[in-house]
Design a protein around this ligand. Structure first.
Ligand code: B16
Ligand code: MG
Length: 206
């Protein structure tokens, strides 16, 4: 019996991956190498600093911590510029309907995202008011597949792990949900999200 639902943001509620991609690609271009959409798959669900490390590994480049901090900042400024135009129309199919149906059934709702821009995005999408708790990259230190983000969300809802269901599109996120002892609904392809308890193409299917 589900008492709490914990949602990942990028890939579940909104497709911000394309904007992350545009910003990272521009940074790679400035550094003199090509960053493809296939490369970008490796950054999904991964924190900003870890994403930069992967990007630089792909480009075969090394920088100091200070230089990397400046690059991550620059990427984020570009990204925030891209997403500043987001509105309700960017919500993935069925999101609003599903969140409202959960609320009507008395299920508590939380966000469990790696993004430090999560609150800004929820606000732009006009759905911030539907969440009882928002746990994002500003609140947790350990990245998925570590279960910290979902454990914190569950605690903030005042629930036990066994009472929560996680909705995730990334392999690392599914692993994090399972490690937290929660049921996990994968959003995407069953052949990719093998560890999930159930896989659907999107929230519109629920
Ligand atoms: P930011 P999620 C993740 O969101 C994205 O999938 C990932 O590509 C991004 O690097 C990460 O957030 C950090 O985002 O730079 O905005 O802090 O899937 O965990 O909702
Ligand atoms: Mg995601």
């Amino acid at each position: 019996h589900m008492k709490g639902a914990i949602f990942d943001l990028d890939g579940v509620i909104v497709d911000t991956a394309k904007y992350h991609f545009l910003a990272w690609r521009l940074l790679a271009e400035e550094l003199g190498f090509v960053f493809t959409e296939e490369h970008n798959e490796r950054l999904k669900g991964v924190s900003r600093t870890r994403s930069l490390d992967i990007l630089l590994e792909i480009g075969g480049m090394e920088f100091s911590e200070a230089e990397k901090l400046a690059m991550a900042d620059k990427k984020n400024r570009l990204y925030v510029e891209y997403i500043s135009g987001l509105n309700e129309s960017a919500l993935l199919p069925g999101v609003k309907e599903y969140l409202n149906s959960l609320r009507a059934r008395g299920v508590a709702i939380a966000l469990g995202s790696a993004s430090k821009n999560a609150a800004f995005i929820l606000d732009k999408l006009n759905i911030a008011g539907l969440f009882d708790a928002v746990v994002d990259g500003n609140k947790v230190t350990l990245a998925k597949p570590d279960p910290e983000v979902f454990q914190t969300a569950c605690k903030e809802l005042g629930l036990q792990p066994g009472e929560c269901v996680v909705f995730e599109d990334a392999e690392a996120g599914v692993a994090a949900g399972k490690a937290a002892g929660m049921l996990v609904v994968g959003i995407g392809k069953p052949e990719v999200l093998k560890e999930a308890d159930l896989v659907v193409a999107g929230l519109h299917e629920l």
